[in-house]
Design a protein around this ligand. Structure first.
Ligand SMILES: Cc1cc2nc3c(=O)[nH]c(=O)nc-3n(C[C@H](O)[C@H](O)[C@H](O)COP(=O)(O)OP(=O)(O)OC[C@H]3O[C@@H](n4cnc5c(N)ncnc54)[C@H](O)[C@@H]3O)c2cc1C
Ligand code: SF4
Length: 516
């Protein structure tokens, strides 16, 4: 095609026919460009589930574009002349198609934005980057909210959005008379464990997805995880169906068991919608609205509906604002000067630490773990161990199907690792193994004991928790929310301190934790 007016660039996480990039699209003069490239699976060691989900969803979206009559130039990963990076592929497409301009919806990744801008500059083409209206807020609105604040807290931002968008509001007041039901949302399952958890909404791979699975198994054979259980929604229709199933079957108990876990139960009452949302197969407004409708119809209690909406209207928008207002410096922050390397078994799950084995194994198997497993099992361990936040970030970005940098990085570096020194979280999320035990961790079947701080059978979390407090005592003393914990550490005798330090050193040397 010559004389092309606009080439619309669509990335793997922009699978929305109504995206801003398509405004004014004219099939007679414009075309769409998409490319599968190896770099997006190798810049971090991307898990097989994650790569397969992106590629399968992209190929189904390509079908939807063709069905909508939008001319498409699509490069497959296994095309013989694939150049391996978005920049190289876009450059080649521009040379071949000679568009007058490029248009795209703002990407979710700072690195990708820079590389595509550089291509446009190099070839001297205008690149029109449009606000991503998938989100409730623009980055400019978040920046205005953040202006002049030393630390950023979800609660104020979330309330502003509830009011502005009239979500769960009743004559200007929050539904049920309060903004927050977190205190009701901390139950665990008790001794008998969860009973009657609905099966996960699964979508059997069709021919396109099966082809992708075969491709990923060959091309990325050494990458983490496996594809035996792949059942994620890869089309808008399937994503809508998975939303419906969540609202009917899981939302009612979402709130009560939001923080609970149980060995061998990966799905519990969570929605499993993050990947569909982040690929833009679902719009957050339709998700929030479906939950609100269920509440008004008496099909789900307010504590669940508010808790769920808070995650999407609140956290999801909040972390995006943090990412785009703090990048690129955010990526390098390391406020606790953590320098340890990530244990190699994070990539295999081969550890005798039962809760970590459980969370990592399911992660590699499904590309999924729920929030408390990410924050208080895998994330807590690296925080206490003192792993470099950048290595922790590379792991989270690689292994989860929903991982895109705008949402993964603030959650990992800010919320979980306290790498931003408190910009996002008011204190480090630290706890002993007893917290994991209380929330349903597999402590009964673990060779360690969550109540023990020292000695051979001491739970690594419990040892490292005390050692963390000792190591950062001076810094934590300045934080009123840590006062009680700092007071407790001050009571330790010299001998107790020494025993904790010795055991923590053994953990860091890898003498604890390795092996099945
Ligand atoms: C260290 C760490 C890394 C994380 N990395 C990612 C990531 O790469 N991608 C990602 O989407 N989420 C990430 N999260 C947030 C959260 O854990 C996942 O969104 C959630 O577990 C996805 O499962 P779900 O869809 O069943 O969520 P649910 O528990 O059902 O929650 C509903 C929805 O709310 C949104 N949500 C919930 N919590 C958050 C949050 N903290 N930040 C942003 N959105 C949220 C998600 O879209 C999710 O689908 C991370 C959290 C931590 C602690
Ligand atoms: S005892 Fe400690 S290491 Fe073992 S499962 Fe419980 S919290 Fe995890």
């Amino acid at each position: 095609m010559t004389g092309l007016r606009t080439l619309v660039v669509v990335l793997g996480d922009q699978l929305d026919l109504d995206a801003a990039a398509f405004d004014g699209f004219d099939a007679a003069q414009d075309a769409v460009w998409m490319a599968e490239v190896a770099e997006e699976s190798t810049h971090v060691w991307s898990g097989k589930q994650r790569t397969a989900l992106f590629l399968a969803a992209m190929r189904h979206f390509a079908q939807a574009l063709r069905g909508a009559g939008r001319p498409l130039h699509y490069k497959c990963l296994d095309d013989a002349d694939n150049r391996g990076s978005l920049a190289a592929e876009l450059h080649a497409a521009i040379q071949a198609l000679k568009p007058q301009r490029l248009v795209m919806t703002a990407p979710g990744d700072w690195r990708v934005l820079q590389s595509l801008k550089a291509v446009a500059e190099e070839v001297g083409l205008a690149l029109d980057i449009r606000d991503d209206r998938h989100f409730y807020t623009t980055v400019r609105e978040f920046a205005a909210h953040a202006k002049g604040r030393k630390s950023l807290r979800l609660e104020y931002f979330y309330r502003e959005l509830r009011q502005r968008h009239g979500v769960l509001m009743n004559n200007g007041k929050p539904a049920g008379g309060q903004w927050n039901f977190d205190a009701d949302n901390r139950e665990s399952f008790g001794r008998e464990g969860p009973v009657g958890v609905p099966a996960r909404a699964s979508f059997a791979p069709d021919a396109i997805t099966r082809e992708v699975i075969a491709l990923v198994n060959t091309r990325f054979a050494q990458h983490p995880g496996d594809l035996d259980s792949f059942a994620w929604p890869v089309t808008r229709e399937d994503a809508l169906s998975s939303l419906r199933v969540f609202i009917e079957q899981r939302l009612p108990l979402f709130g009560r068991f939001e923080d609970a876990m149980w060995p061998g139960e990966p799905w519990l009452y969570h929605s499993h919608l993050s990947a569909a949302l982040n690929l833009k197969l679902l719009n957050p407004r339709e998700v929030v609205q479906a939950a609100e409708v269920a509440y008004h119809a008496g099909r789900a209690p307010l504590q669940s509906v508010e808790g769920f909406i808070r995650q999407i209207l609140g956290w999801r928008e909040f972390v995006r604002g943090i990412y785009w207002t703090q990048m690129p410096g955010y990526l390098e922050r390391n406020a606790l000067d953590a320098q340890q390397t990530l244990p190699a078994w994070y990539w295999t799950g081969q550890t005798d630490i039962a809760c970590l084995r459980d969370a990592i194994t399911q992660t590699l198997q499904h590309g999924y773990a729920h929030h408390i497993q990410r924050l208080m099992v895998t994330g807590l361990f690296t925080l206490l161990l003192g792993v470099r936040p950048q290595e922790v970030h590379a792991w989270y970005l690689a292994v989860y199907v929903d991982a895109v940098e705008w949402v993964e990085l603030p959650n990992t570096l800010g919320m979980s690792q306290y790498g931003d020194g408190g910009l996002m979280a008011s204190k480090p999320y630290v706890a002993t193994g007893k917290y994991i035990q209380r929330m349903g961790g597999p402590c009964a079947g673990c060779r360690y004991d969550p109540a023990l701080r020292e000695g051979e059978r001491a739970c690594p979390y419990t040892t490292l928790y005390w050692e963390f407090l000792m190591r950062h005592e001076a810094l934590l003393q300045k934080n009123p929310r840590m006062a009680l914990q700092v007071k407790n550490v001050a009571r330790l005798s010299d001998a107790q301190r020494q025993a904790v330090t010795q055991r923590a050193e053994a953990i860091r040397r890898g003498e604890v934790g390795a092996g099945p």
